[in-house]
Design a protein around this ligand. Structure first.
Ligand code: NDP
Ligand code: GDR
Length: 368
């Protein structure tokens, strides 16, 4: 049985349940007594690692996490699942969520991230669930892009800078429009970057903690990185999914910024992660020639690689979550230092496991 606190007998549907936020949100809702349905797209391998600890065989008693095959680009699957599940709450977390990848796959990104949101809202309408089903849209600080004011809050004008952000701009406004046009309880959470040990390996924080752990144990030589000067407001996913839930529990639907109000650069993140691993780091050179050396070994362990630069970059994001604090009493609990520490420690644990496999003759083919 999943641990129960206050059974609410509510039914939630999470798109993107196999992702970082989907896993933390499913855990939170199960602990609150929800029955949680998740939409998982078909993949050639299992990709449920992040939620395996929550999953019970459907034949066992007390199974409250149910997975359905579906895809945000496939309207019929979404209508079928929503009709079957009759959810009280839908959390739309599914997306092609990688900003750099969106320059390579702009059309797919628009289809899943922009039209996918429309398809879900239309499904609510087609099925006559406007009064029953509440809708949460995973909006993003990337909407602010080329920032027009700092820090950014709910009223700050948007200036998206990638196909991802432009697709999310459509999703933001279609959510507002369906709220105003059809009275659906629909909200946008404008979330600033949030990370965790469950973060995808190609986002910069996880890329750094994983690479440094591998370098520490001799499984990798060098971390190739893009723009070291980009600044972000980084929080912990566990804190942020609580806001996703809180936003759907209010009398009136509203949009909220979710952020820590503290900013760090990619370089600072890297330096703190290196400190955490006792790697003494010294920088040499500048721009695309910049390199980081481990002063204990003299080896180059970090190198800037322009392949990770973006055609249009978002250089400087900082959020103001005063509205969330004042109206919902929300504030983040996990500090930046704790976040980096947790990610580094968890990656060290995983890398030690890889190292052990290597020692026993299983060569690690993991990418880096
Ligand atoms: P992840 O990339 O970790 O997870 C995305 C999820 O969406 C995965 O489960 C993925 O499935 C699924 N997915 C992708 N495409 C489709 C599709 N076409 N149909 C169905 N499912 C699909 O993202 P996060 O958990 O980090 O983020 C959750 C949401 O919040 C995303 O919408 C993201 O854009 C947004 N966001 C994230 C922020 C962050 O800092 N993490 C900040 C602001 C917004 P699979 O496992 O198969 O890849
Ligand atoms: P972001 O996250 O684009 O903010 O989108 P990401 O971690 O990818 O990049 C953050 C910043 O780091 C710079 N950077 C690198 N990024 C990656 N991925 N790889 C590198 O090697 C690298 N080197 C430097 C980037 O240029 C950027 O400035 C995330 C996603 O979760 C979105 O879905 C979400 O909407 C936003 O956060 C808020």
């Amino acid at each position: 049985m999943h641990p129960d606190t206050t059974p609410l007998n509510k039914v939630a549907l999470i798109t993107g349940v196999t992702g970082q936020d989907g896993a933390y949100l499913a855990e939170l809702l199960l602990a609150k007594g929800y029955t949680v349905h998740g939409i998982k797209r078909r993949t050639s391998l299992f990709n449920t690692d992040r939620i395996d600890h929550l999953y019970l065989d459907p034949h066992e008693d007390g199974c409250r996490l149910i997975l359905h095959h579906g895809d945000l680009t496939d309207t019929s699957s979404l209508i079928r699942i929503i009709q079957q599940v009759q959810p009280d709450e839908i959390y739309n977390l599914a997306a092609q969520s990688h900003v750099a990848v969106s320059f390579e796959e702009p059309e797919y990104t628009a289809n899943s991230d922009a039209l996918g949101t429309l398809r879900l809202l239309e499904a609510i309408r087609i099925l006559g669930l406007e009064k029953k089903t509440r809708f949460y849209q995973a909006s993003t600080s990337e909407l602010y892009g080329l920032v027009q004011e700092s820090p950014q809050k709910e009223t700050t004008p948007f200036y998206p800078r990638s196909p991802y952000a432009v697709a999310k701009l459509y999703a933001y406004w279609i959510t507002v429009n369906y709220r105003e046009a059809y009275g659906i309880y629909a909200c946008n959470g404008i979330l600033f970057n949030h990370e965790s040990p469950k973060r995808g390996e190609t986002f910069v924080t996880r890329k750094i903690t994983r690479a440094l752990a591998r370098i520490k144990l001799g499984l990798q030589d060098c971390l190739y990185i893009g723009n070291l000067e980009a600044k972000r407001d980084w929080g912990h996913a566990r804190d942020y999914v609580e806001m996703q839930w809180l936003m759907l529990q209010q009398e009136q639907p509203e949009d909220f910024v979710v952020a820590t109000g503290v900013q760090h650069s990619v370089r600072e993140f890297l330096e703190i992660a290196a400190q955490e691993l006792d790697i003494p780091l010294r920088w040499e050179g500048s721009g695309v020639e910049e390199k980081g050396y481990d002063t204990a070994t003299g080896k180059c362990i970090v190198a800037v690689d322009p392949r990770y630069f973006r055609p249009t970059e978002v250089g400087n994001l900082l959020g103001d979550a005063s509205k969330a604090r004042e109206k919902l009493g929300w504030k983040p609990r996990i500090t930046f230092a704790e976040l980096v520490q947790e990610m580094v420690q968890e990656d060290m644990r995983l890398v030690q496991r890889d190292e052990l496999a290597k020692q026993h003759g299983f060569v690690s083919h993991l990418r880096h």
